[in-house]
Design a protein around this ligand. Structure first.
Ligand SMILES: *Cc1c(COP(=O)(O)O)cnc(C)c1O
Length: 376
């Protein structure tokens, strides 16, 4: 007789509340195999021929906290889809490549990507405690995980110091908040000492997957680096848990600007309803939706891609439903490193002479507007 699987084993594994709230415990206890992930959620095991190949190339990693947000009885759970490997990760279509933006070629020193004249990325680590299946840098997982040491971090800052055109640095990764707090503090202070650096950003998914990381000591380090633009990556309203919300509140209370970059993912958030719910959940906390990225043409993540027409339709539906500043900018990152370009929905229905008929975002009705023309 088959033994029924428990619906959800205790993800806390006997952890005390203090352990659960400790990001080190969460990182140490992250789930690292498909088998353990399925086991933890009580999902039936599916050892397909592709599964082992996928797991070898694109490993698994999930914090117990993020896993606790999954509703295991929902096969289409938007959180599960972001962490459970799919056989489709092994399917090459020819359209997707490892490094569509040729970041490796635009890396003047290790850990720096310099593509725009005025902006540069510093990537102190390729490690994340939760590995998102849609990650556009998943090519780097096969290298093994590493952190830049103190000398390498200094060389990255020296590069910025030697390039007076750089006004804006984005510390990203991997997740840069996996640096030890002291190293991060030194990095931010060193960057702050560069006279031509005007804008400092941190891009981190820890508010979503490991909100425990933003403890008092770290928030204090970030507070002292102000003005700091913190950019995070919520893809679904269900990720805005009470823990995530309290972390975002603490960042905002510390005077840090928080914005969100989501990725439009097939089967996760590719509907106007999902995007409106996400925007509302963020706006309620004072977080501004910044970009909605098209999933990039990355090998191992092609199954998340949505057509341009569908993406624009999702965005178009948001107008009139949330505050103007709650509608993110839909962007395509051009292959080869050409930069990000916006995709805008078109509300013009037809034109006749100076008359233009628009579609109302409120009721869909057609409204005539007369172009005043050139009055100079
Ligand atoms: C996205 C990106 C930036 C920042 O772009 P913004 O549009 O200013 O947010 C900078 N450098 C690289 C390489 C990027 O991919």
């Amino acid at each position: 007789m088959p033994i029924p699987h428990p619906p959800l084993v205790d993800l806390r594994r006997g952890a005390s509340p203090a352990e659960w709230a400790d990001w080190r415990w969460q990182t140490r206890h992250r789930v690292r195999t498909v088998a353990a992930l399925r086991d933890a959620l009580g999902l039936p095991g599916a050892g397909t021929p592709d599964a082992a190949r996928v797991e070898e190339r694109f490993p698994v990693g999930v914090t117990p906290y993020y896993l606790s947000l999954v509703r295991p009885d929902d096969p289409a759970d938007p959180i599960l889809r972001q962490i459970l490997p799919s056989d489709e990760e092994a399917h090459a279509t020819g359209q997707e490549v490892d490094d569509p933006f040729r970041e490796e070629e635009r890396s003047p020193v290790p850990g720096v990507v310099h593509r725009y004249p005025d902006r540069a990325l510093i990537l102190p680590t390729n490690f994340c405690a939760t590995l998102c299946r849609h990650c556009f840098r998943k090519r780097s997982w096969a290298e093994g995980f590493h952190v830049l040491d103190r000398a390498a971090l200094r060389r990255a800052v020296d590069y910025v110091r030697g390039e007076p055109g750089i006004r804006d640095v984005i510390v990203t990764g991997g997740d840069p908040l996996h640096l030890p707090t002291g190293s991060l503090e030194r990095l931010l202070e060193d960057l702050r000492s560069v006279p031509h650096l005007e804008v400092l950003r941190i891009a981190s998914r820890t508010p979503v997957t490991l909100p425990q990381r933003l403890d008092d000591a770290l928030v204090d380090v970030l507070r002292r680096a102000r003005p700091l633009w913190f950019v995070t990556h919520f893809n679904h309203a269900r990720e805005v848990s009470p823990d995530a919300a309290s972390t975002l509140r603490r960042l905002i209370d510390a005077g840090i600007t928080v914005q969100n970059q989501a990725v439009l993912l097939r089967g996760v958030n590719d509907s106007t309803e999902a995007q409106v719910a996400l925007s509302r959940a963020l706006l309620r906390l004072g977080v501004r939706p910044y970009y909605l990225h098209l999933a990039d043409p990355v090998a191992g993540a092609g199954h998340f891609r949505v057509s341009l027409a569908d993406a624009v339709a999702v965005l178009k539906g948001m107008f009139g439903r949330v505050a103007g500043f709650g509608v993110p900018r839909l962007v395509v990152d051009l292959p080869g490193g050409g930069g990000k370009v916006p995709l805008e929905p078109d509300f013009v229905v037809r034109r006749s002479g100076d008359d233009v008929w628009f579609e109302s975002p409120i009721d869909g009705g057609e409204v005539r507007f007369t172009d005043p023309g050139d009055r100079s």
